[in-house]
Design a protein around this ligand. Sequence first.
Ligand code: TXA
Ligand code: MG
Length: 328
Amino acid sequence: MVRVTASTYDIEKAAGVLRSGGLVALPTETVYGLGANAEDPAAVSRIFQVKGRPPTHPLIVHIGRAEELDDWVADVPQAARLLAEHFWPGPLTLVLRRGPRVPLEATGGLETVAVRVPDHPVALSLLAAFGGGITAPSANRFGSVSPTTAHDVLAELGDAVDFVLDGGPCEVGVESTIVDTTGDVPTILRPGGVTSEDLEAVLGYPPAVPSSSPVRVPGQHPSHYAPRARVVLVEPEQVVAEAELAQELGHRVGVFLPAPFADTPVKAHAVVAVPTAMSAYARGLYGFLRAFDRQGCDLIVASLPGEEGLGLAIANRLRRAAGPRHTV
Ligand code: TXA
Ligand code: MG
């Protein structure tokens, strides 16, 4: 059954679905997740089937309170404790050594586990009602754009989900920042809602950024976060000319018009003026990409924002949307 709602009654109902091994789509502050009881290997395996995701790609375990972290992991280094205290609930995922409660199905066979406390009242109510951990990847098919509304989830997964909780549009709009705290220095595996500058302010030193992409992080696949339309990245001052040329050549072009050119007229199929505030851009990004697809665009022309603050996560997602497609 698919219900799009989030009353107290439905939170209880959703918790019951999790207890009986079902899948619940839930809102978080970043994107919607496709949740299962983290301690139910069969339910966790169903997530991979529904998403079409390779079973070796690990999931995030969502917990209700930072105090519960020790129940799920083998060891909490000091830096991880500090980051959890400062940023949870919030868009930060910590990678730690796996505790015995976490089945290997959830970690893709790894001895580490990714954990976060989401900052959304519906997600937190569900976690409290359910009482356990919820493994949840973004509620989209493998490789496509993450959903930021309950409607996106239904459009993409439909009846494959047992229950959908609607918590409104996601506030942050891009996924959580993933920080590996199992090594000497906390290392950003995926930029996201908590910025590198925020992390540095709390740690007192900059987090490391790996130079080569770890194979185990599917979010690091070039093909990830991709709309159907092909995405082309150019310099900001070339966006209008590139879009008009492609449109003249017969493409249906969607354009991300960079802020300095917001008032420039452009002949294209669909135009989005990029919000000047990076938080607004991040919040809207996946919705804009989905809208271009819905409007039948076959080509999207965009430029990268400055890679400070949230701009780093936005640039990361745009690059991956523009990267080579994989058929995994
Ligand atoms: O904001 C988010 O993080 C959203 C919401 C629903 O919480 N979730 C999300 O999940 O983006 P997913 O599955 O789409 O991305 C999780 C990322 C993957 O890139 C995965 O490889 C990485 O977390 N990950 C999970 N466990 C890991 C581990 N043990 N070591 C390294 N990376 C891990
Ligand atoms: Mg995802």
